[in-house]
Design a protein around this ligand. Structure first.
Ligand code: NAD
Length: 491
């Protein structure tokens, strides 16, 4: 029997026939580390040598993946250190050729990568197909173009590579985050050890196959899989020169503390609780669509998800009505179905965390509005899109990062109040402003403490545009010239 999570089942608004993605992707039963261009078995105790990666939509094991011990991390860092002198001495135009080759291979294998990403992460195929994979290719193309032009990026300075880069990434954009990290590091002449998240290692390992296929010299890119222990070993390795971390603020703080007394360079891309502000003069259809996209995209498992919505009081009722109407038209289900809008939550742990907040909101006095029209598959980790009204700024659902399809709706009367309330958070990653008035856009955007402010749009990404946070959302930028700076010493 399909599960309804206790919600009253209502018929879907349009009954589409399933449109499953038909490409079959091979997944090996077991994956080793990628060190020095070789598939290298783990060296840890046998009982702890491999762990399972699951399909969150079925809870079935997809493959076993090597668990990186201290010795595995050491082997990978040594391989990167050994490869560094030759890679950095290579003429930049030659480095560029390798990176262009990776970009082309990612494009050629786009469908396979998209299916693998959706299978391992739970995100809808239309997102991995239309955003993750094309953006990953775009990052390699963009940075390949910079490889022989670095002196022009920093006129009057002499850029040199930083050295061995440890790159640790989360589970919400596994392939794209790998591209965000590897592409600029390689273009700047560094060598890398990449550690994907434990629940989504498969596309990073497929990227390692592509790197092998692109003939990159041994040791320039190494991929070590594992959990927090593997990440910590990488952070603490004495031969690492730079750490680039994307993940939660809690772990970012631990890494900042662990590296505080060392000369290691550090950039942190952390959590968020990003606000949308809708003024009464905004185009409401456009704003609602942007808010829906901003919070329900990728099941809300997006660092810059617009999870707090501030609406001018005069249009609050209207916005709530339209939001509810649009939310109910979203399709939740099989990530490999091309009609699916909201896929599976990435893990059981993450679903439990979201459910905790869904119980907390009403206990604090907020009202839960939930799309409950569609039945959910029997197995897998699912959360229907929802939002809270009657939220106070002190409520935990309005303050803490939930990392799920959960929006908190609040109101404001004046622009100053909107700015004060939007900035009233320890985070500062992104924001959305919705108004018809250009002057208001510039005024508000200037006053918002957020690394990215989107105006009359949301979640737009481009490799040329720097991305990063303020306050507890981290420091450093990825993308554009600012992103290159993190991987260079400038004399
Ligand atoms: P997480 O911090 O739990 O894990 C991220 C990575 O760090 C994983 O690879 C994990 O194995 C590793 N790790 C865990 N503990 C570690 C330790 N002590 N030392 C070194 N490495 C360690 O985050 P997550 O749950 O995978 O991802 C969700 C978080 O990532 C959210 O908070 C989200 O906002 C954030 N995020 C931020 C951005 C951004 O650009 N700002 C982008 C994507 C995700």
């Amino acid at each position: 029997m399909p599960r309804t999570n206790g919600a009253t089942a209502q018929p879907p608004r349009w009954d589409y026939a399933p449109a499953p993605e038909t490409a079959k992707v091979s997944i090996a039963p077991r994956y080793d580390h990628f060190i020095n261009n070789r598939w290298t078995p783990p060296t840890g105790p046998k009982s702890d040598a491999y762990f399972d990666t699951l399909n969150p939509a079925t809870e079935k094991t997809l493959a076993q993946v090597a668990h990186g011990s201290d010795a595995d991390v050491d082997a990978a860092v040594r391989a990167a250190a050994k490869a560094l002198p030759r890679w950095r001495a290579l003429p930049p135009t030659e480095r560029a050729k390798y990176i262009f080759r990776i970009a082309r291979r990612v494009q050629e294998r786009a469908r396979e990568l998209a299916v693998l990403e959706s299978t391992d992460s739970g995100k809808p195929i239309k997102e991995s197909r239309d955003l993750d994979v094309p953006q990953a290719a775009a990052h390699f193309f963009y940075h390949a173009g910079w490889a022989d032009k670095l002196p022009y990026a920093f006129p009057g300075r002499t850029p040199t590579p930083v050295g061995v880069c440890a790159q640790i990434i989360p589970w919400n954009f596994p392939l794209l985050m790998a591209a965000w990290k590897l592409a600029p590091a390689l273009a700047c002449g560094n060598t890398c050890v990449l550690k994907p998240a434990e629940t989504t290692p498969l596309t990073a390992l497929r990227l390692a196959e592509i790197i092998l296929d692109a003939d990159l010299p041994p040791g320039v890119v190494n991929v070590v899989t594992g959990d927090a222990r593997t990440g910590a070993a990488l952070v603490n390795h004495p031969r690492v020169h730079k750490i680039a971390f994307t993940g939660s603020t809690d772990v970012g703080k631990k890494i900042a503390a662990a590296t505080a007394a060392s000369p290691k360079r550090l950039t942190l891309e952390l959590g968020g609780k990003s606000p949308h502000i809708i003024f009464e003069d905004a185009s409401l259809d456009q704003a609602i669509e942007g808010v829906i996209q901003g919070i329900y995209f990728n099941q809300g498992e997006v660092c810059c998800a617009g999870s707090r919505l501030f609406v001018q009081e005069s249009i609050l009722d209207q916005v709530i009505r339209r939001l509810e109407h649009r939310m109910k038209s979203l399709r939740v289900g099989d990530p490999l179905d091309k009609n699916t809008d909201v896929g599976a939550v990435n893990s059981r742990d993450q679903l439990q965390r979201i459910d905790k907040y869904l119980a907390l909101g009403p206990a604090e006095g907020a009202t839960l509005h939930r799309a409950n029209h569609s039945t959910l598959p029997e197995r897998g980790y699912w959360c229907r899109p929802c939002f809270f009204t009657g939220v106070q700024p002190s409520h935990l659902v309005a303050r803490e990062e939930i990392f799920g399809p959960v929006l908190s709706v609040m109101s404001f009367r004046t622009p100053d109040e909107a700015i004060a309330r939007a900035n009233n958070t320890p985070y500062g990653l992104a924001a959305g402003v919705w108004t018809d008035k250009g002057s208001k856009i510039f005024d508000i955007a200037r006053k918002l403490k957020a690394g990215v402010v989107w105006c009359n749009t949301y979640n737009q990404f481009d490799p040329a545009s720097p991305f990063g946070g303020y306050k507890e959302s981290g420091f450093g930028r990825e993308g554009g010239r600012h992103g290159l700076r993190a991987y260079l010493n400038l004399a």
